[in-house]
Ligand binder design. Structure first.
Ligand SMILES: [Zn+2]
Length: 145
């Protein structure tokens, strides 16, 4: 019981943190981009999206971070940009999609949290049915009855 509550609480916070980071990425990538290259794979975060693609040439691994003052339009949907013999191809995934996929269950998880039943420790969730000591055996909390 206690374990399951801890796990759910952790998932809620991890979900919230992931959503915060994705939102931050959507905002920040309007003005900057982070690109990486590894072999003939490459990708970037830019304009509210993450993209993955292929180069025709093979490069050493490297990161490129650029800040542009001019903001671009956000990518709002999937986009495939086919490569040519001189340019790279890429598949663009808008970041609001993982944000929605993680954000929706996170909101539900936060909403679902209700106060624990009165016969459970309000601090750790331990089932105190039949407890006579007045102290939670799991965490040592004084029990108000
Ligand atoms: Zn307790």
């Amino acid at each position: 019981m206690k374990h399951r509550i801890r796990k759910r609480r952790l998932l809620k916070w991890v979900g919230l943190l992931t959503c915060a980071l994705l939102s931050l990425a959507i905002i920040l990538t309007r003005w900057g981009n982070i690109a990486w290259t590894s072999g003939n794979h490459w990708g970037f975060f830019q304009w509210g999206a993450v993209a993955f693609g292929y180069h025709n040439r093979v490069d050493d691994f490297r990161w490129d971070i650029e800040w542009n003052i001019s903001s671009g339009p956000l990518f709002l949907w999937f986009e495939y940009q086919p490569g040519t013999p001189t340019t790279a191809s890429c598949f663009i995934i808008p970041l609001w999609l993982p944000l929605a996929m993680i954000g929706f269950p996170t909101i539900l998880a936060w909403r679902r949290e209700r106060p624990l039943p009165p016969d459970h420790c309000q601090k750790c969730g331990y089932d105190l049915t039949g407890n006579v000591s007045g102290v939670c055996p799991e965490c040592g909390e004084d029990i108000e009855r």
